[in-house]
Structures are given as structure tokens and as C-alpha cells.
Design a protein around this ligand. Structure first.
Ligand code: MN
Length: 201
């Protein structure tokens, strides 16, 4: 059984002008696909081949199988990223997640400030995440391929801050890319579904 390379949940030009069709086409069709292809090549004929992607991440991390871990985590992270953005994104969360945002960060601007700080503070390549931690929320950043799942956290939404995610559109201005995500792209419906799903765990 090989790991599937999933399609985008929207057209490659659907996030313009905030993420160009060129960036999204390369990011999904080249970068994401390469992680999945390398993972499938690495797990062929091994016991990993029987596992779903999330189990491969945890097992490879525990076994210090670095190549498999990195490609498995990047495969998972990118699928999660596509759903973390939406052509109808931005705005404000609703329901229980909105209450949790206010309780943890004061208000939506407080969330945005904290997320921005995490995304800009990640030195080099990595990810910024809003996570469920127990009953509450937290914001974390991870380096390279690392997933908050291996720290027992439950991801709600993520942003890729590797340069390949924004350099064609924003060059070195990671701050403008992060602001565009927070104002126009963040998929609060996806985050809310994940927040409520965490209750069932
Ligand atoms: Mn990426």
C-alpha cells in the first residue's frame, strides 16, 4: 500500500492574489509530490508500508528513521496546509473555537499577534501552528519537517514558512506573506472542525 498524493481542495489559482498559481503549482505539484514519492520509495517492502501516514510519522520518529520521518511528516503537513487555507478564508472564527481564542489570546488580534510572532520567529525553514493542547489552545512553531503531533499536540491550522512557500510571491518578505494568510486565507471552518473533533479523543 502506498501513500496517496492528494489533489488540492481548490483550483491552483484560487488563492490569488495572496498565493499565486505559480507558487501553488510548484508547491503542490513539485515539492509536496516529491515528499510523497520519496516516502513511497523509502517504505516499499518495509513494515511501514502497512501503516497509515500518521502512524508512519510516529513510528519513524520513535525509531529515528530520519529520512522516512521527514518525508512522512512533510507529506502530512502539506495536505494539512492546503486545508488550512481557503479562497473564502480570513475573517473571524465562530462558535466554541472563537470563545477559546478569546480565552487564550484576549481577542482575535491577540491571536494574530501571537501567530505572527511564531511564524516570523521560526529561524529558517519550518511551520507555525495553532494547536489544541488539553482543553486549551496554543501556538507553536516547528523546524524543518517537525510535526506537533509527536509532542502530543492536536493541530488545528498551520502555515508553511519554508521559503518555497512564499519566495516567488513575496521574496524575503515573510511578514507580508504571514499577514496575507491571517487576513485573507486562514480557514477558520477547518480549524473549528478540528477543534471540535479533538473533543472526541
Ligand atoms: Mn512546503
Amino acid at each position: 500500500m502506498s501513500i496517496e498524493f492528494p489533489g488540492l481542495p481548490y483550483a491552483s489559482d484560487a488563492l490569488e492574489p495572496h498565493v499565486s498559481a505559480s507558487t501553488l503549482g510548484f508547491h503542490h505539484g513539485k515539492h509536496h509530490k516529491a515528499y510523497v514519492d520519496k516516502l513511497n520509495a523509502a517504505i516499499a517492502g518495509t513494515t511501514y508500508e502497512e501503516l497509515p501516514l500518521d502512524r508512519i510519522i510516529v513510528k519513524a520518529h520513535g525509531a529515528a528513521d530520519t529520512g522516512i520521518y521527514n518525508n512522512a511528516a512533510q507529506s502530512w503537513n502539506h495536505t494539512f496546509l492546503w486545508h488550512s487555507m481557503s479562497p473564502e478564508g480570513g475573517g473571524a472564527p465562530a462558535g466554541p473555537l472563537a470563545d477559546a481564542i478569546d480565552a487564550r489570546f484576549g481577542d482575535l488580534d491577540g491571536f494574530r499577534d501571537a501567530f505572527r510572532k511564531a511564524a516570523l520567529g521560526q529561524f529558517g525553514s519550518g511551520w507555525a501552528w495553532l494547536v489544541r493542547s488539553g482543553e486549551g489552545l496554543d501556538i507553536v512553531s516547528t523546524g524543518n519537517a517537525d510535526s506537533p503531533v509527536i509532542s502530543g499536540l492536536f493541530p488545528l491550522v498551520t502555515l508553511d514558512v519554508w521559503e518555497h512557500a512564499y519566495y516567488l510571491d513575496y521574496q524575503n518578505k515573510r511578514d507580508a506573506y504571514v499577514d496575507a494568510f491571517l487576513e485573507h486565507l486562514i480557514n477558520w471552518d477547518f480549524a473549528a472542525r478540528n477543534f471540535e473533533a479533538a473533543d472526541a479523543l
